[in-house]
Every structure is written in structure tokens, then in C-alpha cells.
Design a protein around this ligand. Structure first.
Ligand code: BG6
Length: 493
């Protein structure tokens, strides 16, 4: 089965931060795949902008190297790469210094049929200056789009400042705030599963669901990433990725797949989250920081050891677990346990919907009581959906029940490469589809919930709990869920 490719309109994609890590590692390879699949061709342009002095040819060479490094060999084709890099050109510009601003005039086309998009793959402190630059140079158009990435602030106040600076120039329907988790195939599949089937929606509520778990665990460390020590796991992962996943699980069915219909529903969830302040933070949240240990059979240093000297002693959390509650009719009394961390036992992102027990068992308990059903949506790796059901153990000799997963593995079912999140998102910008991007009010509602947790932690005398690298986090995380008589789903990784 092969995907249906619908070409997009030709575009001029201006990428600020053209030589940065995000562009090199993610954006170029994502665009390459879309090009190789025929979704756009040489009529489109990718215009890199950054401070370094570089010719068009040198930037094309940069793009070629990025493809060779980040696209798997079986998808690389010399002729396709040549045609792809011919779309690239470059402009050296220091946007932070008005006195040396250069022009994009020779690169940007005026044709209204050519979609104009600006990708700001730079620090948020430059968002304001770049928007001003685009405005003053006359590059703004009513149909132009601007794409921005996290960190969109470190709290509500700074996030509002960033958004204010962008909205000085661009209207909300021109702003594409990326949360790359929304571009992941299985995240979109969550929508398909919930709203493309009649099976789940009638039981998607407190009457049938006992609790929900959302885990995003990573095996990589973080101490060598400068930005991370200022952010920590709460801002880096929970405020955006985990909260977005929670919204998609918990939201009411939108009336359509229109961007605002969906985002309205997500916003309602964010606004229904019970605030976690002061004392409640001590009870319903756990922070951790990794010690040295072994990950994937190799020994790794502690977070502290990875930090540069001037950061030693940092209390930044590399692990967070939270018991969240959505206070509305559908979810009253159903906890959402969230956890994420670096240097954990394995890399896995998944959502577990734990259903309630059957009301009455007709089976002899000596043969084992039926386990409640469980739906596991695996975002990565091995994308897929498993529905754990009770079946009869085959063979004669009594009615023994066994839990078996109905297993939908995407790799086995579709035999196709799973596209990277950025492939979808970069072209949704060109299509003008904001569904998988965060609206300003959503972002701010998420910060409103995060800020008091951060504040409670900052005021708490205790440091994050230590956990050994290569484990599932600190003991407090186990206690958080087990005191409610539940356990983390850690099977079959
Ligand atoms: C980023 C975080 O947003 O997501 C990183 O800043 C994290 O710290 C990354 O490693 C995880 O993304 P993925 O797609 O690898 O799960």
C-alpha cells in the first residue's frame, strides 16, 4: 500500500537559523523526503538565512551533507539529491543588528501563487527582531506564514512577551507554533482511533476508564545541552508534548477536523485541569535527576558530571511524574499519570488507557480473575496500537482466561517508512493547515497550569530525587501511582 501524494503549491521557504542544529538535523532531511516523494519540485525555493558568510553553492553543499548524514542510505539517490539541493540558496544576515540588515529581494518572488513562509529556527529572543525586519523590508504579506518552535517562553509572562512580539506583525492565522509531537503519525492516529471508529467513544469516559498513563521516556542524557539546564523536564517536555497528548486523549469530539474546532476542544481540556499549587505539588508531582548508571549496556555519567563547572549543583529536574486531573463531566475522578525523563531504561513514548474491571465475574476466581482491558497506543518506537483482551486459554481442562493483545503494528501492516513529524508539519504550513499547531490561547493555558508547579518546586527546600540512569525514574514516581493502588505499565518494552 503506498501513500497518496498530493503535491503542494510552489513555495519560498525562508529559514532563519539556516546553519543551526534543527535545520541540519531535522528540517533538511524532512524536506528531502517530501521532495523525493514528489510533493514539491524545483519550482519551490528554500532560502537559508543566518549570520555566517556563505555562497549559494556552499549552502547547497551544507544541505547535501545534511541529507547524507540524516537520511537513511536506502532513501538517498544522487540525482534526486542534486535536484533537491538546487532549490537551496542563501543570504547572510544578522537580523539582531539593524545597521547591517541585508535584503531578500533577489530571492523572494512576488508571485501571489507562490506560498511565502518564514521558519524561525532561532532563539526566541530573535523572533521579535525578525518579525520587525520582515515587516520593515516589506516581505510581510497577508497570506505569508511564520513558523516558530519552542521554547516559547519559560513561563506565562515570557511566553506572552514572545507572542506579543510576533503578533505585532503577524495575525494569529499566520502563526504556526510547532509542537513536533503533533506531527507524529501515531499521535494523529489517536484522532483516527477515537473519531474514526464507533467502538471507543461510547466507553471513553470515567464510567469505563480507570486511569490514563502517558509516558515519554528517553535513554539520552541532557547535561551537555546548554538550554536544558535552564528549562528542565517540566518546561522541555511536559508543558508542550505531554500536555498536548493529554489534550488529544481527553478532549470532546470536535464538530469537524477544522483547525479551530480541534483547538477549541483542546483548550477546554487545558482549562479544566485541576491546578496543582503549593502543598498539592508535593503530593501530586515528583521530580528526579539522574545519577550515573548503565543505559543500553553502556555506563553513563550522572547529570551533574555532564554539566559544565559553572552549573554544578544544579537542581534542574531530568525526570517528572505528575498526577493530573481533568475536572469535567467526562473525566471526573480519572487520574492522568504523566511521566517523562532522560536516561531512563529505554526510549518509549506511549499512552495507556486502563479500562475498569468487569462489574461481575462469572468465572471461577481460582482460575484467575479477568484483568481489566487496556489500550496501549505506542508513539515510538514500533508505532502501533495494542488492545489487551481476555481470552480463553486454548485447550481442554477448565475455563482459564489469559490476557492477550490484539496487536496492530504499523510497520507490519503498512510496510512503509514512518514519516518524521517535521515532514507533515513543514508542508501543513504550505497547505495553510493549522490543525496540528498550537494556538496562542492553548499555549498560555498550558503555562498557566505549569507555572504554579514550577513555583512550588522553586520554593521547596528539597532537591529532585536521585535515580540511577537506566531505570524508570526515582522511587517517588512508583509511590505516586502505587499509593492509588495502580502500577506503571512497563511491560513488553
Ligand atoms: C524535544 C526536547 O522537544 O523533544 C528534547 O527538547 C527531546 O529534550 C525531544 O529529546 C524528544 O523528541 P522525540 O521526537 O525524539 O521523542
Amino acid at each position: 500500500m503506498s501513500a497518496r501524494i498530493i503535491p503542494v503549491q510552489p513555495f519560498d521557504y525562508v529559514v532563519f537559523g539556516a546553519t543551526g542544529d534543527l535545520t541540519r538535523r531535522k528540517l533538511i532531511s524532512a524536506l528531502y523526503h517530501r521532495f523525493a516523494d514528489g510533493q514539491f519540485d524545483e519550482r519551490s525555493r528554500i532560502i537559508g538565512v543566518s549570520r555566517a558568510q556563505m555562497t549559494d553553492a556552499e549552502y547547497q553543499d551544507f544541505a547535501r551533507k545534511a541529507v547524507n548524514e540524516f537520511v537513511e542510505p536506502q532513501y538517498r539517490d544522487k540525482d534526486t539529491i542534486d535536484r533537491f539541493v538546487s532549490c537551496f540558496s542563501y543570504v547572510a544576515n544578522d537580523v539582531s543588528n539593524r545597521d547591517v540588515w541585508t535584503d531578500l529581494d533577489s530571492k523572494l518572488r512576488d508571485d501571489p501563487q507562490i506560498v511565502r513562509a518564514f521558519y524561525l529556527a532561532v532563539a526566541p529572543s530573535l523572533f521579535g527582531p525578525i518579525c520587525t525586519y520582515l515587516d520593515e523590508k516589506g516581505y510581510w504579506r497577508r497570506d505569508a506564514r511564520v513558523v516558530v518552535e519552542k521554547p516559547l517562553g519559560s513561563d506565562l509572562a515570557s511566553s506572552m512577551e514572545i507572542n506579543d512580539a510576533i503578533s505585532e506583525v503577524f495575525a494569529e492565522d499566520q502563526v504556526y507554533r510547532i509542537d513536533h509531537y503533533l506531527g507524529k503519525e501515531t499521535v494523529q492516529n489517536l484522532l483516527a482511533l477515537r473519531f474514526g471508529n464507533v467502538l471507543f467513544e461510547p466507553i471513553w469516559d470515567a464510567a469505563h476508564i480507570d486511569h490514563v498513563q502517558i509516558t515519554v521516556s528517553e535513554d539520552v542524557g541532557a547535561g551537555t545541552r546548554g538550554y536544558y539546564d535552564d528549562a528542565g523536564a517540566l518546561r522541555d517536555m511536559v508543558q508542550n508534548h505531554l500536555m498536548q497528548l493529554l489534550c488529544l486523549v481527553a478532549m470532546e469530539p470536535p464538530a469537524s477536523d477544522d483547525a479551530n474546532a480541534l483547538r477549541d476542544e483542546k483548550l477546554k481540556v487545558l482549562r479544566s485541569l485541576r491546578p496543582i499549587t503549593g502543598e498539592a505539588a508535593a503530593r501530586n508531582t515528583v521530580r528526579g535527576q539522574y545519577k550515573g548508571g548503565a543505559v543500553n549496556s553502556g555506563s553513563v555519567a550522572s547529570y551533574q558530571d555532564e554539566l559544565p563547572d559553572d552549573r554544578k549543583g544544579s537542581r534542574t529536574e531530568t525526570f517528572v511524574a505528575i498526577k493530573a486531573e481533568v475536572e469535567n463531566w467526562r473525566w471526573s475522578g480519572v487520574p492522568f499519570y504523566l511521566r517523562t525523563g532522560k536516561r531512563m531504561a529505554t526510549r518509549v513514548s506511549e499512552i495507556v488507557i486502563q479500562f475498569r474491571s468487569i462489574p461481575h465475574s462469572i468465572f471461577d476466581h481460582a482460575e484467575g480473575a479477568p484483568k481489566p482491558n487496556k489500550l496501549v497506543i505506542r508513539l515510538q518506537p514500533d508505532e502501533g496500537v495494542k488492545l489487551f483482551l481476555m481470552i480463553k486459554d486454548p485447550g481442554p481442562g477448565g475455563m482459564r482466561l489469559r490476557e492477550v493483545p490484539l496487536n496492530l503494528s504499523f510497520a507490519e501492516t503498512f510496510h512503509e517508512r514512518t514519516p518524521e513529524a517535521y515532514e507533515r508539519l513543514l508542508l501543513d504550513v504550505i497547505r495553510g493547515n493549522q490543525t496540528l499547531f498550537m494556538r496562542r490561547d492553548e499555549l498560555e493555558a498550558a503555562w498557566r497550569w505549569i507555572d504554579p508547579i514550577r513555583e512550588a518546586w522553586d520554593n521547596a527546600p528539597d532537591a529532585p530525587q536521585a535515580y540511577t540512569a537506566g531505570t524508570w525514574g526515582p522511587t517517588g514516581s512508583v509511590a505516586l501511582i502505587e499509593r492509588d493502588g495502580r502500577t506503571w505499565h512497563e511491560g513488553e518494552h
